[in-house]
Design a protein around this ligand. Sequence first.
Ligand code: ZN
Length: 472
Amino acid sequence: MGLKLFNTLSRSVQDFSPLAPPRVGMYCCGPTVYDFAHVGNWRTFVFADLVRRWLEFNQFKVIHVMNITDVEDKIIRAVRETRTSLRNFTGPFEAGFFTDMQTLNCRQPHETPRATERIPDIISLIEKLLERGIAYKAPDASVYFSIEKYRACGCHYGQLLKLNFDEMRSAGRVKSDDYAKESIADFALWKARAPEDGEVFWPSPFGEGRPGWHIECSAMSMKILGASFDLHLGGEDLIFPHHEDEIAQSEAATGRPFVKYWLHAAHLLVEGKKMSKSLGNFFTLRDLLAKGFTGREIRCALLQAHYRESFNFTFDGLQAVRAALARIDECLAKLREISGPPYRGAVGAPDGFTHSALQRFTGSLDDDLNISAAWGEVFKWIAELNRRIAENSLTAPDAAMALTAWQKIDSVLGIGTRPDTDIPSEIVSLLDARQAARKARDFKRSDAIRDELKANGWAIEDTPKGPKLKKI
Ligand SMILES: [Zn+2]
């Protein structure tokens, strides 16, 4: 059984079959750097990391692209109010985003283009749309995308969600755009320079101004991944109009299908309510760290529910995650004790129950990334390991195999081990070298290695079950 994913485009679960395997082009809408990302944003980014890790676990060569939106209305307003430059204002939030990403142990995207550095790509995409008569310059000197012209070419606007076009117009569903437009559904591709923009503008063949938000993603994703690519991810709040507009702009310009699979993470509630600053339930990652939670705990909490289910993030839930992680850590510590060194990289087939636990774990993730079922399999396996440890029936090779299986599982979950018990691989190698020296009765060398370990901050305790490393 291969990977199946729910594609928002077809509203169904489909077999995942990339355009040019093993390569997988994957684009995830990135942060708008006018503030630190909040826990709701992080649900989407951790989900994107899970998708990436699962594809890499399955030997796909993922090219992960995530844009940085570093120019838009809120940023420009803040630049004006704080009397700083665009870059001075966005720089700290952008750096903070990447630090947070590391704290949550997300794999770094291969490319993270900034909108402000891709203006030529954006301009050439808008030019194509103007040439094809689908974009137009309005009396306010801004350039808009005409939904009417697009539809008149036989193109389908409303691929990701069913739109009743007349109703949508009368309901004014895209009124969030402040700029004048020919019809209510048209959206800005290039916003003409306004006095309040200050120094934030670029020259273009259609006049000074700056790009709209939607066109940024189309331009950057296609420039890096090609006109058609495999996966586009984002939060479900981006389905309309942002992603629908990305499809319209891209397919109008290239005449080719833009993205094969669209994946959307459902929204996140905090303590049962929509997150808002006025309710006091609005948390950035930094707020949660300041409350004493670790990145590992927060990552694990964000990975509890299936991505298509809305998730209720609570402090009770975080405490439960802390307890669950402690159960895993305890079991891993016992496994290390039983297996003895070297407890990394044991080779060979895992014994029956570990093998089938691994199979059920991978089967759950292949089933539209059913992470909650996958966790269920992990904890069933941990319980079985604990049972065997308690009755002394787990052999050293079994324990070593179980640790190897955990490494595989954790390459997907990305929760690692408790920081204070994580032994660097060079220290493990030194310990192995010392064991080899002792076996060869080369006590001079084994003592020298013991001193070296000590100099690195690790003490060896020789126990009947073999040597144990302790942080000094
Ligand atoms: Zn986007």
